[in-house]
Design a protein around this ligand. Structure first.
Ligand SMILES: Cc1cc2nc3c(=O)[nH]c(=O)nc-3n(C[C@H](O)[C@H](O)[C@H](O)COP(=O)(O)OP(=O)(O)OC[C@H]3O[C@@H](n4cnc5c(N)ncnc54)[C@H](O)[C@@H]3O)c2cc1C
Length: 523
């Protein structure tokens, strides 16, 4: 994963790629892996860092989606539950089984959620994570020592998956490289090229680091740009009818004290009919999410005041600690690339199913779905793209493909567990140069060796890449991340051979980004 080498590989290539993918989130990288493992020649271009979009901003659940049961979308839930099981098998270092308790404050909730969650268990079949069960008041208090007790009657326990989204994405990028794909970050697709018949036959992209424009021709171009999907479609056909309904969701992060146990809380019906989770994640408490339709997607979305107020007031109803604005360590927003329904439909009610759409120009767009189903989305998309491009027919093999870092007992690596099989190499860096064993902040577990590793092995190019997506510092505690930034810039500059001007620019840029992850007084 050496960027300069990849740039020259792309520059020296004159033949058409089988597939060019625009977008380096879960969907695009999933497509690159699926295509490469089938033996197709694939190039992926990401305008920013891998995972900059929704794929680093999720609730971090690998789940079937309990709430879609209510919509009667059983096949969607079943498909996601199967993918949940496959992901646990293929990336055990990053996915774990987590208990969730639905607290019960009304008499009817025990039979209602109890039966619903039994159906959830049944739909998982052999991919099940454990049997759900109704809990007494006493048991509920044991699982959730900080749950609001007033009016509490008991709970219902069920199991789902949890993961670290951007860590998995970086491991997927590594997997794609290992399978022979070529991927480049900081390379935006600016235009699409067409053949004499008007069919899309390649892309024009710009390398954000050098400003250089380059072209790549392809037998088929796949648009996996998430919430930005319609923008790219309009580059092929200015009159393309929009198919994406972008919807913003935010999360608040608090210290672990608000939810000190090992169990999450699931609230199936908030005051406005949404679902809310409070989840233990990387030694903190993650609360989310909202579902707010927005007009235009942004690369760095910002939480709205109403969203923050809604989460704080809902969290206060279920957490005895009643978190306030002053307790928020970080707030982050993401945009779901949902598939549009008829005018006026609520985004919370839109299906999370995915769609592969082929425009008249031959541009293939994959959108919708969710992180959990990225593999299946990729498989369906490559099936259709290969047919369209008349590539030799080959079956997908990703359901049994180990993801980079695969390790059965990575918890033995302690704070480096998320690196799985890569952890010993990071420890070796710290062994060889003891200063790299230093923690970068007293409140977070990250050590200097991880920064060096991110630059050398994971294509991190900016301070933000390291603090937001190679480590999760910015998402866990934005002030701590700001305090770490100078040391990270120093370590990165040394690796990249960059000077003072680079460091200053990086720190200014990071301060601006980090400000979006903080709640401002009165604002
Ligand atoms: C708040 C929230 C919570 C969620 N929680 C969960 C959850 O718990 N579990 C779950 O399974 N799913 C969850 N999801 C859904 C999941 O995160 C998304 O479905 C998934 O990440 C979408 O991936 P993607 O690759 O399609 O989009 P993205 O991750 O947004 O990737 C698209 C990429 O395309 C790039 N791009 C755009 N234009 C161009 C261009 N012209 N050239 C090159 N690159 C371009 C962008 O920079 C971006 O990186 C959640 C989503 C949100 C927003």
């Amino acid at each position: 994963m050496n960027r300069a080498e990849i740039r020259s590989r792309i520059r020296s290539r004159s033949a058409a790629w089988d597939i060019v993918v625009a977008g380096g989130g879960a969907t695009g990288v999933g497509v690159a892996i699926d295509a490469a493992t089938r033996g197709y020649d694939v190039l992926l271009l990401e305008q920013s860092d891998f995972g900059k979009g929704a794929s680093s901003r999720s609730t971090k659940l690998v789940h079937g989606g309990v709430r879609y049961l209510e919509h009667g979308d059983l096949s969607l839930v079943m498909e996601a539950l199967k993918e949940r099981g496959l992901l646990l098998r293929n990336a055990p270092h990053l996915v774990r089984n987590l208990g969730f308790v639905v607290p019960r404050y009304d008499w009817w909730e025990a039979p209602f959620y109890g039966i619903g969650l039994k159906i959830y268990d049944l739909l998982a079949g052999k991919y099940g994570f454990g049997a759900s069960r109704i809990l007494s008041l006493e048991q509920t208090r044991e699982y959730l020592p900080t749950v609001e007790l007033e009016g509490l009657r008991g709970g219902v326990l069920y199991f789902d998956g949890q993961f670290d989204d951007s860590r998995l994405l970086i491991n997927l990028v590594a997997t794609a490289f290992e399978q022979g794909a070529t991927l480049l970050n900081y390379a935006a697709v600016e235009a699409l090229t067409r053949d004499a018949q008007g069919y899309v036959n390649g892309v024009v992209a710009v390398d954000a680091e050098s400003g250089e424009e380059f072209r790549a021709t392809a037998k088929v171009v796949i648009n996996a740009t998430g919430a930005f999907g319609d923008n790219l479609r309009r580059k092929a056909d200015a009159a393309a009818v929009p198919m994406i309904a972008p919807s913003q969701g935010i999360h608040l992060v608090f210290n672990r004290g608000f939810l000190p146990g090992a169990t999450a809380i699931m609230v199936p019906h908030t005051s406005d009919g949404r679902v809310m989770f409070a989840i233990p994640w990387h030694g903190h408490t993650l609360v989310g999410t909202t579902d707010t339709p927005i007009a235009e997607p942004a690369l760095e979305p910002v939480a709205m005041e109403e969203e923050v107020d809604f989460l704080l007031s809902t969290a206060s109803r279920y957490l005895a600690g009643k978190p306030t604005r002053a307790d928020v360590l970080s707030v982050f927003a993401g945009i779901r690339p949902l598939v549009r329904a008829g005018a006026g439909a609520k985004t919370a009610a839109l299906s999370r199913d995915h769609v592969v759409h082929i425009d008249k120009s031959g541009l293939v767009t994959i959108c919708g779905g969710k992180w959990t189903t990225y593999r299946k989305m990729a498989e369906d998309c490559v099936n259709q793209a290969a047919t369209l491009a008349q590539l030799e027919e080959r079956a997908s093999i990703t359901s049994r493909l180990n993801i980079h870092g695969f390790h059965d007992s990575s918890e033995n690596f302690g704070d480096l567990a998320v690196y799985g099989a890569d952890a010993p190499a990071i420890l070796k860096l710290a062994d060889e140069e003891p200063s790299l064993a230093t923690r970068l902040h007293p409140g977070l577990p990250y050590i200097a060796a991880e920064v060096v590793w991110a630059v050398r092995q994971e294509m991190a190019r900016t301070v933000e890449d390291v603090l937001a997506r190679r480590t999760r510092a910015l998402f866990l505690n934005s002030r701590a991340a700001l305090e770490m930034a100078p040391a990270v810039a120093e370590l990165m500059a040394r690796e990249l051979g960059a000077g003072e001007a680079w460091k200053t620019h990086q720190l200014t840029a990071f301060e601006a980004i980090a400000s979006n992850y903080q709640l401002h007084r009165g604002g």
